[in-house]
Design a protein around this ligand. Structure first.
Ligand SMILES: Nc1ncnc2c1ncn2[C@@H]1O[C@H](COP(=O)(O)OP(=O)(O)OP(=O)(O)O)[C@@H](O)[C@H]1O
Ligand SMILES: [Mg+2]
Length: 240
């Protein structure tokens, strides 16, 4: 029996992840509950992408455990992940969303209507019939977000969703994320853009070298980070 399906809370308990003797995640504890977006920040190589892939169920811990709504079954029910570089299907923008809707079990009669709504939400209505791979980087990222939202996620994992985007494209992506969050989607995002974290996140988790050093409401974190590692990172010092 699967019981009531909820992805939340997402809980990591003493999670370690090692590849070939290299420790990538070190006894990591994390609880992600419904609410405003949560941001994961930390230097390059600190383990953010690895953590997100594990939160999606794509990687299993070497030791410790991950649970979604109290269950250990990693099969995604209502969660989606957006990688830094989205891979578009060789179809139109609308076709990419329709495909995701069908995969998510959307009834055929509703697909066309939902495609329109999702394209509109992503500001892409005018580009519905454009081959997705010919869209600009910013447009592709918005389309990738619309495609992730087509799965009606309760938990949406975003890995540096605006890396490589200019300020206008970044803002367009942030608007979609904000609206999704307001409509109840829990966002867990890794970002190097501290301005973006201030704009979007309700709480911040700081990691370095595979360990979680700090977890705090965003305002508190930026005003008075407690760990020496986070303080150094916020000052712009090189942290490994
Ligand atoms: N399959 C793997 N085999 C070996 N090392 C790996 C593997 N996956 C990740 N790593 C290493 O684990 C560390 C964490 O990688 P990860 O991609 O999670 O970091 P990150 O915080 O997302 O970095 P960035 O900010 O650069 O995106 C890195 O040193 C990386 O090289
Ligand atoms: Mg990464």
């Amino acid at each position: 029996m699967r019981g009531p399906v909820s992805e939340l809370p997402l809980v990591f308990e003493a999670v370690c992840y090692a590849v070939g003797g290299t420790q990538i995640l070190r006894s990591l504890d994390l609880t992600i509950a419904p609410g405003a977006p949560s941001a994961i920040i930390g230097p390059n190589g600190s383990g953010k992408t690895t953590l997100l892939r594990m939160a999606m169920g794509l990687l299993a811990p070497t030791s410790g455990r991950v649970t979604w709504g109290g269950q250990t079954d990693p099969a995604p029910r209502r969660r989606a992940i957006l990688f830094q570089r989205p891979v578009m299907l060789r179809r139109t923008a609308a076709g990419n969303i329709a495909y995701a809707l069908r995969q998510a079990g959307c009834p055929s009669a509703r697909v066309a209507g939902r495609v329109e709504e999702l394209l509109a939400q992503a500001g892409l209505s005018g580009l519905a019939s454009r081959p997705a791979r010919r869209l600009s980087g910013g447009e592709q990222q918005r389309l990738a977000l619309a495609r992730a939202l087509a799965r009606d996620p309760e938990l949406l994992l975003l890995d540096e969703p605006t890396a490589n985007l200019d300020p206008a494209a970044t803002r367009a992506v942030e608007d979609i994320v904000r609206i999704a969050a307001q409509s109840g989607v829990k966002i867990l995002m890794a970002s190097h853009d501290l301005g973006q974290v201030r704009r979007l996140a309700g709480d911040v988790r700081f990691m370095s070298a595979g360990a979680m050093h700090e977890s705090a409401p965003a305002a508190e974190f930026f005003q008075s980070a407690k760990s020496p590692e986070a303080q150094a990172f916020l000052r712009g010092d090189i942290v490994t």
